[in-house]
Design a protein around this ligand. Structure first.
Ligand SMILES: [Zn+2]
Length: 613
């Protein structure tokens, strides 16, 4: 029960700080000049930053993330990984063993604003920069930073020489300004989990030996000076190229910039007339090339399904890049491992590309609400994979719900409201963020009906694209689209580990009268669907609305359902009785489509099915 206090505190917050009545967000323009030195895996960087304070507050400091500093012995990332009962085996204790030339670092040399040199303090992966003048609401800050950085041996997401031989996986690689939003400064040290950033523009120049092919967020501005498979050019540098090339990328309306480089990348472009085009970057020697080409074709189909069902992908291209340590999403680009089975490859590609919707474009704060990007992505992934392989996404989710209930009744279960880095086990983080997050959507699908649910998801995307929605913003779109008041629903699913279980009891099926009880056995209330089947003739379909915050009833329920009087949520049982004209009841079943996250399905059916030997 120890999570009760946290749950109650989180609820208090939800009623005040989370309401975004007057939405604003900060704005940034990065201009970066990078000179890369492969001989010692270091690079020099200069940033010109223009930062607009759209907040109602005066800022006296600004903060940056220096993520590469996490890859040093005894960093918070290292220590946390060594202390967790179930560490990510990609990290384990590897950071502790890094030598001086294998660690990552981000050495800040100078930070200036106009003529003034600014003082700064580095604290692990965070840096505070003291402004010489307060930055008033509506004010603009110009900053210039100069730094030298070292790319660590690849351990988690970023790094050099990944296990498949990719030279540079360049993510979380530059001094990145922390986001200031309705929650104030988001000062999350880099420990394991994911990101939050300022919306804006990136103009990035990377100078590197000409043999490297670079894949990056944004659009290459000078393909004809580069070659390397861009703009119809063959692989490799343009004819007559100098020893080094300067690559110029631009990206607008994004909140991060990632890239990767290798001397052996094959770069293929998969054209897609409905948009976006897909760029594939892989090592032809280390992957099954046919699988990669086929995966590119699946990506086109995936875009079609997503554009129709969840909202339209807004950028002109997307890059699927072999690199990193599994699959990780960045704006307009993903790094994935390449040498895996075809089905694994397609599944990882779909997941990471779908993060373009939930994280890339609808940019929730992943440190606070990982379920809103991982869970929503997982849900859309089930939907897309079901279309690809001719399966029913509801069946896939049913399996997921069964597994979830095992976790929810275990002693590692934590509420969905825990900060991403603060879960006590990776297992609880993973199950909550990916599985329970998807289940939240599936329960809304049940409450609204499929058509209205997808309309609500489209509305959410369109209303919150290029912004930072929080759970309350999501709840409001769901409420506005469905017309239902969902405070009870979100409260149970976000701030508790409570479960749902309905059952049937006291069945009396007589010649003149049929009667039975539906019981709320566990805590979470829901509207209930009940089907009574007879040995002859049509079944009866009963729908029991829930009286929670107003009457919760699926708005466009099919006519076959007889809507009964609402079930007051305080009642533990609900009685159904009606006249019978000698029909013999063969079966009574609640939640016939397995749409709810019911913890015990054996009591959903009368007579209880015989246990299989
Ligand atoms: Zn994900």
């Amino acid at each position: 029960m120890k999570y009760w206090t946290i749950a109650i505190m989180a609820l208090g917050l939800s009623l005040s700080a989370f309401a975004q009545t007057q939405y604003w967000q900060q704005e940034i323009k990065y201009d970066m000049q990078i000179v890369f030195h492969p001989e010692d895996h270091q690079f020099d960087g200069v940033q010109h930053i223009v930062y607009t304070n759209n907040s109602p507050d005066t800022l006296r400091s600004v903060y940056f993330h220096l993520y590469l500093n996490a890859f040093q012995p005894k960093s918070m990332m290292d220590e946390r990984s060594r202390n967790l009962p179930d560490p990510d085996d990609r990290v384990g204790s590897r950071i502790l063993g890094l030598k001086k030339d294998e660690i990552g670092f981000q050495h800040m040399k100078t930070i200036t604003s106009g003529e003034d040199t600014l003082s700064f303090e580095v604290n692990g992966t965070l840096m505070e920069v003291h402004l010489n003048q307060p930055l008033a609401p509506g004010g603009e800050l110009q900053l210039k930073t100069e730094f030298r950085a070292q790319v660590p041996v690849q351990i988690r997401r970023t790094g050099r020489d990944n296990k498949e031989g990719i030279d540079y996986s360049m993510t979380q690689w530059y001094p990145k300004m922390a986001e200031y939003d309705y929650d104030g400064w988001n000062l999350f040290p880099y420990i394991a989990r994911e990101f939050h950033g300022v919306w804006g523009e990136f103009d990035v120049h990377i100078n590197m030996p000409a043999a490297y092919t670079i894949a990056a967020t944004g659009t290459l501005q000078n393909p004809d000076e580069i070659g390397h498979g861009y703009n119809g050019h063959p692989q490799g540098p343009i004819e007559g190229a100098a020893d080094r090339l300067t690559w110029h990328f631009r990206a607008d309306r994004v909140h991060d910039f990632a890239w990767a480089a290798d001397t052996d990348y094959t770069h293929e472009v998969v054209e897609n007339e409905n948009g976006p085009n897909f760029h594939l970057f892989y090592l032809a020697d280390s992957v099954d090339v046919d699988n990669w080409i086929e995966m590119g074709n699946y990506a086109v189909q995936c875009a079609d399904i997503m554009n129709e069902k969840f909202g339209v992908y807004p950028y002109e291209h997307y890059s699927i890049v072999q690199g990193g340590d599994g699959g990780m999403e960045y704006p307009m680009l993903t790094l994935i491992v390449g040498d895996i089975s075809k089905s694994g490859l397609i599944s990882v590609m779909v997941h990471e590309f779908l993060h373009s919707w939930y994280q890339g474009v609808v940019a929730t704060n992943e440190a606070l609400y990982p379920w809103m990007d991982e869970g929503f992505t997982q849900y859309a992934q089930m939907y897309v994979l079901a279309q690809f392989f001719d399966r029913d996404y509801r069946g896939m989710l049913d399996g997921m719900m069964q597994r979830y209930n095992g976790y929810a009744s275990s002693d590692i279960a934590e509420p969905l409201s825990i900060l991403a880095d603060h879960y006590e086990t990776n297992g609880a983080y993973g199950t909550n963020s990916y599985v329970k997050g998807a289940i939240v959507l599936h329960q809304l699908n049940y409450l609204f009906g499929e058509e209205l649910f997808f309309e609500a998801m489209q509305n959410y995307f369109n209303q919150w694209k290029f912004k930072h929605p929080n759970p309350r913003d999501f709840k409001r779109v769901m409420e506005q689209t469905s017309g239902l008041e969902l405070e009870w629903f979100f409260n149970y699913f976000l701030y508790s580990t409570q479960q749902l279980d309905y059952g049937i009891s006291n069945v009396e099926a007589k010649r003149k009268q049929i009667g039975f009880m539906v019981d709320r056995i566990d805590v979470i209330p829901m509207p209930v669907k009940v089907v009574v089947e007879y040995e002859e003739g049509e079944p009866d379909y009963f729908y029991i609305p829930l009286n929670a915050n107003g009457v919760i009833r699926q708005p466009d329920l099919d006519e076959k359902w007889q809507v009964l009087s609402p079930w007051n949520w305080v009642s533990k049982s609900y009685s159904i009785e009606y006249a019978n004209d000698k029909r013999k009841v063969s079966r009574i079943v609640i939640d016939p489509d397995h749409m709810t996250v019911d913890a015990d399905r054996t009591n959903n059916v009368w007579p209880e099915p015989k246990k299989e030997e």
